[in-house]
Design a protein around this ligand. Structure first.
Ligand code: ATP
Ligand code: MG
Length: 216
């Protein structure tokens, strides 16, 4: 489902990834961890093909970085949900529209949009806040909107880049419980984190990155 084969990548003459090989199976939940600057975010960016390897290849479902055409990348990205540390919500749209936006660009019709958005907002317990704007929500609520947006296209995987990095311990736990619930429903999750507490509390596989290479 996701495979890195001997991936090496330079960005602006600097070697960022060195011979990275790993595989994620269907429905797996794994942590990507390691020091700041190790290459965790860069690994995630290879999966949605925002960065391409110089050597080796990345295979994501039926797409291969060595063969994919530029015009196929949007289709690949629709199969992947992405969640960031800073939420990245649209400040001038309410909760409903932040989530609906991801569906509208794929051409889903009005009634179906409403049904699917309300279903994912219910998943993250935010149906009652659908008309509010991001600025009026807590950090944890904003991250729940971002998670709803990430799952509304039924992705096979969620890539979460330090999703709890801006949240306190109790709110982080709440976000982790939502991610665990989504994972139990069959969606794979690859989450970059520095948090020892999260790594220890949730016993998922750790993929450790240091200086652009994986550590056993
Ligand atoms: N667009 C870019 N241009 C130049 N260097 C980059 C770029 N993106 C990443 N890098 C470099 O690649 C290396 C890995 O960065 P990356 O963001 O993947 O690390 P990270 O493990 O996610 O770190 P953090 O834990 O701080 O988020 C760093 O040395 C960084 O400076
Ligand atoms: Mg990072």
């Amino acid at each position: 489902m996701i495979e890195f084969y001997n991936v090496s990548t330079r960005i602006r003459e600097q070697m960022i990834l060195k011979d990275v090989t790993f595989r994620l199976v269907k429905g797996e939940f794994a942590f990507l961890t390691g020091p700041s600057g190790a290459g965790k975010s860069t690994i995630l960016r290879h999966i949605y093909m925002d960065v391409m390897p110089d050597q080796g290849m990345v295979i994501v479902e039926n797409y291969n970085s060595a063969k994919i055409k530029e015009k196929e990348i949007p289709m690949l990205r629709r199969k992947i949900g992405v969640v960031f540390q800073d939420f990245k919500l649209l400040p001038d749209r309410n909760v409903f529209d932040n989530v609906a936006f991801a569906l509208r660009v794929t051409g889903v019709k009005g009634r179906e949009i409403r049904r699917r958005v309300m279903r994912v907002l219910a998943e993250v317990n935010l149906g009652h806040k659908r008309n509010q704007y991001p600025a009026s929500l807590s950090g944890g609520e904003q991250q729940r909107v971002a998670i709803a947006r990430a799952i509304v296209n039924n992705p096979f995987i969620i890539l979460a880049d330090e999703p709890t990095g801006n949240l306190d311990a109790a709110t982080s736990l709440e976000i982790m419980q939502i991610l665990e619930k989504i994972n139990r429903q069959g969606t794979a999750i690859l989450m970059a984190t520095h948090s020892q507490e999260i790594l220890e509390t949730f016993g998922h596989r750790r993929i450790i990155v240091r200086d652009g290479a994986l550590r056993p």
